[in-house]
Design a protein around this ligand. Structure first.
Ligand code: AMP
Ligand code: MG
Length: 397
């Protein structure tokens, strides 16, 4: 059994980023990976502007406080005012450019208007409530790095410098297949001995969450020939083949034999619970990942191994999930040789609670949880002990 860290290293070392990129509309670019850096041609904001509804003044014009000035102009957002006449104030609104000559904005809450005059109750400090030109982005500044996975703030930022399109890496095409004579699709009658192919829905959602295009080869019977055919069909059309089930040690587990016949297995069995039977290799030069069939094992191995591999192939620079230091609200001992990932969630007291049934066939545990607790092999954890916690936000999507 290979340690998990070594297995992740092995996969990442073979994850060559796709070479091709394409332009997409900024509004459609969520989740895609930037193929080139974004540099701003403009300042954001373009001009010094008001951070409040109020009055623009020259501080030196206000002698004694309270003090009164005539209002010489009115500037709304979207307009540009005239230079501020000495000894006057300009009525101004949030986002409107501050007129040349003014050096502060006084919020209207600190003033009293009487017709065309305004009285100031507090002394303004020079610069107050002025958002300087370039406060957010200076002209020529690098705004987004190549390899950024685009999240909502990134799209807003790109739009704030006027970009209608972004150059992103092309989507990774992932061929998937589900082995098992027991599987039927939801919508079909469930004969005795059968179960629904729930992993199809789980895996497809995980892949779409990473922006992949999914090419589904469907259910494959537990036979060597059928498994070989499905593998080569998937490899012909995709950048990565992922199978589900059939990688354990049982007589009906044909996936490794089929991969060996069409390519090679480079790695099998990780010191990981759940997820020990994970396999990695290639089919005719296309990388192959064999996920275990138990739904939680498949989910955990996808999150810890397949996801970083896919992100790196999609050109992302930030591929490996980051654990947070948390404390256990449970007791557990892991006497075996495998590193264990428990389905947990953050309780109201800030401690991690563990789901009662940590069985790899119980998908309810993952639906209940909000993350995984990382328990080193051989460790005994008491209540209150520090435990690394991987929130699902670092593992899905
Ligand atoms: P395997 O890895 O093929 O030995 O499967 C391990 C367990 O996962 C068995 O109980 C299978 O019935 C179950 N399993 C395999 N594939 C799926 C699937 N696609 N959806 C739901 N359960 C599955
Ligand atoms: Mg099976």
């Amino acid at each position: 059994m290979l340690p998990l860290d070594r297995a992740i290293e092995t996969l990442l070392a073979q994850a060559a980023p796709v070479a091709q990129s394409e332009p997409v509309a900024t509004v459609e670019a969520l989740g895609r990976v930037l193929a080139e850096p974004v540099v701003s041609a403009i300042a954001v904001p373009p001009l010094d502007n008001s951070g409040m509804d109020g009055y623009a003044v020259r501080c030196a014009d206000l002698g004694a406080i309270p003090g009164t000035l005539p209002v010489s102009q009115r500037i709304q957002a979207g307009q540009v005012g005239l230079p501020l006449q000495p000894g006057t104030a300009a009525r101004i609104f949030t986002g409107a450019p501050v007129p040349p000559g003014a050096d502060a904005v006084v919020p209207q809450e600190d003033t009293e208007a009487q017709g065309e005059r305004v009285t100031f109750r507090a002394r303004p400090a020079p610069g107050q409530w002025i958002r300087a030109a370039g406060l957010d982005i200076a002209p020529g500044a690098g705004v987004l790095a190549r390899g950024t996975r685009l999240r909502p703030p990134h799209l807003g930022l790109a739009a704030s410098i006027g970009l209608t399109r972004l150059q992103v890496y092309r989507r990774l095409r992932v061929g998937v297949m589900f082995t098992g004579d027991e599987l039927v699709m939801p919508g079909e009658p469930l004969q005795p001995g059968r179960i629904y192919n729930s992993n199809r829905f789980l895996l497809t959602a995980l892949l779409r969450g990473l922006g992949c295009e999914v090419i589904d080869q469907g259910i494959v019977p537990d036979q060597l020939e059928a498994t070989r055919k499905a593998l080569t069909r998937a490899a012909a059309r995709s950048d990565l083949v992922i199978s589900c089930g059939g990688v354990s040690v049982g007589e009906a587990d044909f996936v490794r034999a089929a991969v060996k016949a069409e390519g090679a297995i480079e790695l099998w069995q990780i010191a990981l619970k759940p997820g020990k039977p994970l396999a990695f290799g290639h089919v005719g030069g296309v990388p192959f990942i064999g996920l275990p069939g138990n739904p939680v094992s498949g989910l955990v191995t996808f999150a810890l191994l397949a996801r970083p591999f896919i992100l790196k192939r999609q050109g992302a620079t930030d591929c490996v999930p980051r654990a947070l230091p948390m404390r256990a609200g449970f007791e557990v001992s892991q006497p075996g040789a495998r590193r264990e990932f428990l389905r947990v969630r953050v309780g109201a007291d800030g401690l991690l609670e563990a789901f009662a049934v940590q069985n790899s066939a119980v998908l309810t545990s993952a639906a209940w949880a909000d993350g995984l607790a990382d328990i080193e092999a051989g460790r005994r954890v008491a209540r209150g002990d520090p435990v690394p916690y991987l929130p699902f936000s670092e593992l899905f999507g």
